[in-house]
Design a binder for this molecule. Structure first.
Ligand SMILES: *Cc1c(COP(=O)(O)O)cnc(C)c1O
Length: 398
């Protein structure tokens, strides 16, 4: 949600001029304009994927990623308790059963947490790279391989981040990114599923369009090897996504400059530390993630930040919908996605989960979205405001 300009307008205009807002077929009228395909090619190039498939949202991209990885009815899928709720909903929509495991100071699932949550029914891990940074991949891949699990990555918040040079989304069978309005690049709404596996790609391509095989040029004569649903992206959304994706390397570069400046200004402030980033070279730097010594102190820092009119959000004291404590509907899971979980037998007591680190870490976290468009002075001012808030909040009751 950083920049929009003439380039986005031109791409949209290309589509409007042909009048073909549908991504498939209509070869005679579309003047060879295929924005969804271009969008997919841009994302594949950005992250180094063999295949990318654009869909209507990040949420449906996670669902397609799960379905294409072979996750289905009754499978247990390990998920984090700190993520956007869409991850859990996507598991339910796939017919699978979410099992919550613990996270660590990377803000992502930990290898230990995953290990403890594994049961004989565990099929997959849906790993979420939270707040712009990646999980501790060496340790995670070890537990995935030891236990022969399928890895699906929800990189809704971490497109462009990497670990040891390999992008989010490409560590397991399939991965997903979001292009909603709040993400590093936006198409208004939209999402992309990525994979290096041709079979998984073809499955997602059919699944997201009622099972169409997309062979030939006559939609009415296509085969439907599977059932799916409509998760298609429109050409208008894809047109914006094309340009936004091209902007990502510059956004990441600028974000990293700002984040380095913030970290060096705040590095010596007593009581302040930062979420661990296993490979700082691969940080997308879309967030500055502060950790305070405890939840109470974080609450006081938030109060000071609010009083000073400075941004920053905490997932514990607000209803940001990213942490399990806010998901009261888990207790009876009667959403649209409420596939008959009781019929399968709930794999866990969702009211009584064993996730001590998540409960400890999330309360201590205060995150700031980093904006590529900031000036050096704006970054300095933010650092000064954060330092002042932390110093005031940690002096109280000293
Ligand atoms: C934003 C987000 C999604 C959902 O993306 P939408 O495009 O809003 O549907 C899924 N997972 C995570 C981790 C997200 O941050």
């Amino acid at each position: 949600m950083e920049f929009f300009g003439a380039a986005e307008r031109k791409e949209i205009n290309d589509v409007l001029e042909t009048g073909i807002l549908f991504r498939y077929n209509h070869e005679a009228q579309r003047n060879n304009i295929y924005k969804a395909r271009e969008f997919e090619a841009e994302v594949a190039k950005l992250v180094g994927a063999n295949y990318a498939h654009a869909v209507s949202s990040g949420s449906t991209a996670v669902l397609c990623a799960l379905a294409a990885a072979g996750i289905g009815a009754g499978d247990e899928v390990i998920v984090p308790p700190f993520t956007y709720i869409a991850t859990v909903e996507a598991v339910l929509m796939a017919g699978a059963l979410p099992v919550f495991a613990d996270i660590d100071d990377t803000l992502c699932l930990s290898a230990d947490g995953i290990r403890k949550a594994i049961s004989p029914k565990t099929k997959a891990v849906c790993l979420v790279h939270m707040c712009g940074q990646m999980a501790d991949m060496d340790a995670i891949m070890a537990v995935i391989q030891e236990n022969n699990l399928v890895l699906v990555e929800d990189a809704g918040q971490a497109m462009g981040a990497s670990y040891k040079g390999i992008s989010t989304g490409l560590w397991g069978k399939t991965g997903a990114y979001s292009f909603d309005f709040f993400k590093i690049a936006t198409a208004g709404e939209g999402g992309i599923m990525v994979t290096n596996d041709e079979t998984a790609y073809k499955h997602a391509d059919s699944y997201s369009d009622h099972g169409h095989d997309h062979i030939g040029t006559n939609r009415g004569m296509e085969q439907h090897p599977i059932m799916g649903f409509n998760y298609r992206i429109s050409e208008l959304h894809a047109a914006v996504g094309v340009v936004q994706t091209r902007r990502v390397p510059e956004i990441i570069q600028r974000n990293n400059i700002h984040k380095t400046q913030l970290l060096s200004a705040l590095g010596q402030v007593p009581g302040l530390s930062f979420a661990r980033i296993p490979d700082t070279n691969g940080d997308s730097a879309t967030f500055l993630n502060l950790l305070l010594p405890d939840t109470e102190t974080a609450g006081r820092v938030i109060a000071e930040l609010n009083a000073a009119g400075v941004g920053g959000f905490n997932y514990w004291f607000t209803n940001m919908y990213h942490f399990i404590n806010q998901w009261t509907h888990l207790k009876n899971m009667h959403t649209a996605a409420a596939l008959p979980i009781e019929k399968f037998g709930a794999p866990q007591d969702y009211n009584n989960l064993d996730i001590p680190n998540a409960q400890a870490v999330v309360g201590r976290l205060i995150s700031f979205g980093i904006r590529a468009t900031w000036t050096t002075d704006e970054v300095d001012a933010l650092a000064a405001n954060i330092e002042a808030a932390v110093r005031k909040a940690t002096l109280v009751e000293a």
